[in-house]
Every structure is written in structure tokens, then in C-alpha cells.
Design a protein around this ligand. Sequence first.
Ligand SMILES: [Zn+2]
Length: 205
Amino acid sequence: MNLVILGPPASGKGTCSNYLKEKYNFNHISMGDLLRDYAKQDTPIAKMVNDTISSGKILDEDLTAKILFDYLQKENLFDNILLDGYPRGLKSVELMTKFLKIDKVIILEADFEVIKSRVLNRLSCSKCGKAFSKIDYHDSICDECGAELIRRSDDNIDVLNTRMREYRDLTIPVINYYDKLGLVYRIDTNKNFAEQLDKLMEMVK
Ligand SMILES: [Zn+2]
């Protein structure tokens, strides 16, 4: 079974993905992490990818689909995939349909004030990518791997506004598309999401 998890920035995609990965053994693929890794390479395309994602804009959808496809091939992944933060536009849906079948689409929902506070207080591990909130975590190193915590350059209000706009314009149509197919399951991440995810897993078993 393959799941997609979508939601606005800081709606809890990482937290929900980790929960599903640990409890139900999904192969978690975070499109954001995959692209950030890709962007570290020393090539003109990687540099372009880096500039685009750090401004909060959506990358060319053909290129994103190719990066994902290459990764799935390389890692030999076809099933039990939890795809986090992708597809973000209808063209990506069309491209992905050619190489990956999706069984359920989880939509995370949170209030904008909650999202804003999460983004502006977020720290990320420079090594493993784990996210922390300054509000309840007061250490400067990661409790998972001991690496230094950093503020991601894209965690600011301008990038957040751009991402919210991209989400409304491009991703909402994706959700409507999957909704018509009856695949959408909504989770309110202002509340306790674990229970809601367990309910979903009961349903799809
Ligand atoms: Zn870490």
C-alpha cells in the first residue's frame, strides 16, 4: 500500500510521517529532504534547485518527478511507500501515475496561526533533519544524533506566505482530484493526530 501525505507548511507532515514509519514500517520519502539532498550536489541543475526551493517556489514538475523516479529505482522501492509533500501540482500527479500507484491520500490540516508559530519557532538538525520547536526544546544539539540544530533559511514569513499561496493555487486542485476518486482522508493536526492515523490504518488494512 502506498500513501501520500500532503498539507500546508508545518502542518505536521514530519511528525505524522515518523509516527506511520515507526508504527507501520512505511518507507518514508520526504520530497523536501530528497530535494534538499539533491540541491547539495555541485552541478548547475542542483544550484537551480537550491535557489528555487529556498525561495519557497515550486520546482519544475518534470524535474521533480524525475528526481523521485530515479530515487525509487535506485532504492528499489515500489510498495509500502509513504510519500511526504508530493505531488504538489496536478502535472506531478499525471507524471507520477505512470510509475507509482497511490492508495490513500492523507491531508493534514492546521490553523494558520498554529502554522505560523510552528515555522517561526522551528529548529532542524543539521545532520538527520529532525525538527524541534524552540518553545519546548531548549538544547542546541539534536537528541537523536547529537548534531547541531540550525534554523533552516527557508523558515521565515516571506517563504511561508509564498508556500501558502503555492499550496492554495497548486496543491488544493490535487486534493480535489484525489477527493473525487474517494482517496482523501483528513487529519486535524491541532488535535491528537496519532488516534486519527490509527483509525485510518484500521480502515485501509
Ligand atoms: Zn539529528
